[in-house]
Design a protein around this ligand. Structure first.
Ligand code: MN
Length: 209
């Protein structure tokens, strides 16, 4: 795993080519999303940390765990920019080419117990993602031993000490608008075709913390 999780952050390449998710997520969207949107969050986070050197020693996850304890004027820029970096890296790492096989036997078994079936999980996840009004994310998290589907607005991250994050889908328009226009449900269906279930299984099993 890349340990580029301290200041100064750099925009490391995607773990696959820009066109690897075609035809479900298009190359141009991936170029713009990674090279412009994520790069901007990284530049803004580095600029914020240049101005606040006492925070430079903390990792991304530490910054996201502590923002509530900081002075008021620092909270929003830290939450937005550190969250923007964390959420995007998590999202990009949660996908893979559609033809690459991967398995998640333990996670799928837990999903079946928690949601009744894979189909039920997908339906509930899709409903949650569609319900995220405006810009945000839907997440699958492991919370005190239970799988839960949650949403977060803007660049908020549902990190708490009791939660392990398993999957997220970016529901900002820039994640899908070039290909799917306003058809958010079609984007979610396509995203399911490129989910890296192997990565989700590693996170579920605590192998990727
Ligand atoms: Mn995004």
């Amino acid at each position: 795993m890349n340990r580029n999780d301290h200041y100064p952050f750099i925009n490391t390449p995607l773990p696959y080519s820009y066109d690897a998710l075609e035809p479900f997520i298009d190359e141009k969207t991936m170029c713009l999303h990674h090279d412009r949107h994520l790069r901007t969050y990284i530049a803004n986070l580095n600029r914020f940390l240049e101005e606040n050197p006492s925070l430079q020693k903390f990792s991304l996850e530490e910054l996201l765990s502590m923002w509530r304890c900081l002075p008021c004027q620092l909270q929003a820029p830290l939450r937005n920019n550190a969250g923007g970096v964390y959420n995007h890296r998590f999202y990009f790492n949660s996908m893979k080419g559609p033809d690459i096989p991967c398995a998640a036997p333990n996670l799928f078994e837990a999903m079946t117990v928690q949601f009744g079936s894979q189909e039920n999980f997908r339906a509930q996840f899709k409903e949650a993602a569609l319900s995220a009004f405006g810009s945000g994310y839907a997440w699958l998290v492991l919370d005190r031993g239970c799988l839960r589907i949650v949403t977060s607005a803007n660049q908020n991250t549902p990190l708490t000490c009791s939660r392990t994050l398993i999957l997220n889908i970016d529901m900002w328009e820039h994640a899908y608008y070039l290909k799917h226009y306003n058809l958010r449900a079609a984007y979610i269906d396509d995203w399911f075709r490129v989910v890296n279930w192997g990565m989700a299984e590693e996170r579920f099993m605590g192998m990727n913390l």
